[in-house]
Design a protein around this ligand. Sequence first.
Ligand code: AMP
Length: 440
Amino acid sequence: MSRKKSNKSKFKFQTLRGFKDILPEHQKFWDFVLKNVKETAQDYSYQKIDTPILESSALFERTVGKETDIVEKEMFSFEDRGGEKVTLRPELTASVARAYIEHGMISWSQPVKLWSWGPIFRYDKPQAGRYRQFYQFNFEVLGSSTPEIDSQIIIMASELYKSFGVEIDVQINSIGCPECRKEYIKLLKKYLRDKKMCATCKDRILKNPLRVLDCKEEKCKENLREAPQIIDSLCEECKNHFVKVLENLDESEVSYNLNPFLVRGLDYYNRTTFEFYAKGDEQATQGALGGGGRYDYLIEQINGRETPAVGFAGGVERVILKIKETGREIKSETQGDVFIAQLGEDAKKKCAKLFKDLRKENIKVKEAFSKTGLTDQLEIANKMKVRFALILGQKEIMDDTIIIRDMDSGIQEIINFEKIIPEIKKRLLGEGGVKIYNSN
Ligand code: AMP
């Protein structure tokens, strides 16, 4: 009887456009970035927060802004089964701000410093370094208006990129407060009156004029060259704030470029805005590696109490692309100290127990129990860059011994099986009891 073939079985399932699998071979880069983010966050006294991936759509409409690209074109939004409008988060700040209000963090000691890490969703046009699901590391400081906080977050981010081995350019601007911005927008609109701008800009002039400064169209960029600069319209307080931020950066020897066109794509920013680009990518062809700014009115916008705040988010995929470009070798976190090689059925059984016992002693142990040949197993041990291989065959089982092989020198010694754990521990401990990990 012939089995009926259906078209269904031929369908090749693939990741959605703009979505990616992170394969095992790439995980060491992700571990490396996360480890540095975590350490930096701890050094600067940030506490970790995880917020849900799905939030109410209104949260982002209210904070990011209805007239922004993100809300207008890029959100993954849908109605859930209960008819609620929900959105896969297109950024983290709004969620952290919501959590700040929801958990009464205003009564905590201020400022509250929070960091997070996770996937972000934007229905963007996929290209190199631009995905529909990408990861961000995110830092927020809520409850402080002092310029030292703005500069500290920029200094911290610069240090973080340094720890990745990625050289960056810092771009900075101030977009003032709603008052000075009102004045500036009048000047900008007047300036643009007789300029031929693209259709998007024409629309933006009406809905969100500051975003015109962000336009990537050559013609618009040319038209904007002589445009009034927002820095010249800053009120006294905003000007003083910005000067202090820059002075602090100078003092900490963090160099920066003033960029009067840096307004960022989200509505909630005020005063300081900043972005990080890979050095030599002045044209921003690969997009920013990270960015952020001050958002003193966002918490009120979502019905919290007046809470000045500043934040920064970095893109994980983009920074990994840069790390790979530098050719820097990144250690895999799964390397072991010891590899167990076994020969024969009895050895396999004994080695399974030995594996468990070594793990219990906090020794990083590796194996390839599905293999049978010694050469195969030692090759794997070599690739794993372990320091020692323990070899157990029929003869060793009879003698109640085990072979310990130093993988660097190739020297092998026979040890009493009972003594293997203390012996391995002794060898892994350097003088003074400091554990020496494999340096490869
Ligand atoms: P933003 O909130 O847009 O400033 O994003 C912060 C950082 O996230 C950017 O500087 C990028 O490094 C990264 N990023 C933003 N959008 C994407 C995307 N579609 N794909 C990959 N990374 C992105």
